[in-house]
Design a protein around this ligand. Structure first.
Ligand SMILES: O=C(O)CCC(=O)C(=O)O
Length: 389
């Protein structure tokens, strides 16, 4: 399939007639909760207590085939960084050659609702031949994950939040870059000295900046950076952050929120990959008052009251762009019905944080200060990870 056509689909759909987005709110964590909305990376968890009646569906793939920790890889086949708890392997040899053929299908534009602009690839990572499943198994086995907990203050009442999914994050905002003693292609996770953080314009060492010291930023490892580069090419958008969610079962979720933080700029583009179990992705327009002296159009009434449901399958990618984040909320609801047999699902989002507070925010809500977890391939669950285990 032609990359060019995909990019044309993107640029053709963007632009002139798009409704003007509302000004982005200042989405500090507590504000987001006070008005009942929540925002990306922070405060999505008002409905956080996960009931646990969903079953885990065991997969049939032998991960030793794709988990390079157990294979004959040499040390060049890993991304390393002092801020990683452990080294992260590059894509397995069976998957890497497939990347140039992605997206497997053209993106379909969905912009037939007020203020909505989506580009939906069904799929992006080929499902046939097991590529999407292999990528899922590989990432679940090889990435560090966290179960972040934090407190929010709502109207003077403090609430303890347990994020109802596993998360991890890599990246650095636009103002800075990781130092690298070798070529720029190493910045995403290859070799080179990446221990310092430099100002993107002046090259000055900004490692000690307050936004980079609470958590140590870490470069996007090559296995995810390859996917980032592919997504950039397919969409014409630029990304510098990679957030990963792992939903272990239908009991894991993310509540309605929008990724509309100021540090993403006014019209953020966010590319979300789905791998593993199919899960419903719901979208609904943010509540807005009717025009003075009038009523909402039918389209707006529907957009507010009837969530749009996209049953995202393994390998799918959805780009949310233009006025979408300013005007729409999205969620992955829990699936806790009688037959809720969702298996694990990984969601990878690529985003572009423009300024330093974005870096601190993303690490705070996706890494936090708790233990590191790693997938245990024998017991088939996340287990606390300790050095030299
Ligand atoms: O899992 C998904 O598809 C959505 C994730 C999401 O909304 C987010 O990370 O902000």
């Amino acid at each position: 399939m032609s990359r060019k056509r995909t990019i044309e689909a993107f640029f053709g759909a963007a632009g002139a007639g798009a409704p003007k987005p509302k000004k982005s709110r200042d989405t500090s964590r507590d504000d987001a909760h006070l008005d009942g909305l929540s925002t990306s990376g922070n405060g999505k968890e008002l409905d956080a207590a996960p009931p646990h009646d969903a079953q885990y569906v065991a997969t049939e793939i032998d991960t030793s085939q794709i988990a390079p920790g157990k294979s004959t890889r040499n040390s060049d086949d890993y991304s390393t960084h002092p801020a990683y708890p452990f080294r992260i392997p590059h894509l397995p040899p069976a998957l890497a050659p497939e990347l140039p053929s992605w997206p497997a299908n053209l993106g379909r534009v969905i912009n037939d609702q007020p203020d909505l602009d989506l580009l939906y690839f069904e799929p992006y990572v080929a499902r046939g031949g097991g590529s999407a499943r292999s990528l899922f198994e590989f990432l679940r086995s090889e990435l560090p994950f966290y179960r972040v907990e934090y407190d929010i203050n709502r109207g003077g009442t403090s609430t303890h939040i347990r994020t109802p999914r596993w998360t991890t994050v890599f990246g650095l905002d636009d103002t800075s870059r990781f130092s690298s003693s070798s070529s720029s292609s190493d910045d995403g996770g290859g070799g080179g000295d990446m221990t310092r953080i430099l100002d993107a314009k002046t090259g000055r060492d900004v490692s000690a900046d307050k936004f980079y010291t609470r958590y140590k930023p870490r470069p996007i490892p090559k296995c995810l950076d390859d996917l980032r580069l592919s997504a950039q090419e397919a969409t014409g958008c630029e990304f510098n952050f990679c957030l990963v969610n792992y939903y272990a079962s239908g009991a894991d979720s993310i509540s309605f929120h929008s990724d509309d933080e100021r540090f993403l700029g006014p019209l953020p583009a966010i590319a979300g990959f789905s791998l593993g179990a199919r899960r419903d992705f719901l979208l609904k327009h943010k509540p807005v008052p009717p025009p003075p002296g009038g009523e909402h159009t039918e389209a707006m009434k529907n957009a507010i009251s009837k969530p749009l449901k996209l049953p995202l399958a393994s390998g799918d990618m959805i780009l949310m762009r233009g006025p979408t984040q300013a005007n729409w909320l999205h969620s992955i609801p829990k699936r806790t019905g009688k037959n809720a047999t969702d298996g694990g699902r990984i969601n990878i989002t690529f985003r572009r944080a423009l300024v330093k507070p974005g870096t601190d925010n993303y690490y705070n809500y996706n890494v936090g200060t708790g233990p590191v977890y790693k997938w245990d391939t024998v017991n088939r669950e996340m287990r606390p990870w300790r050095k030299n285990l």
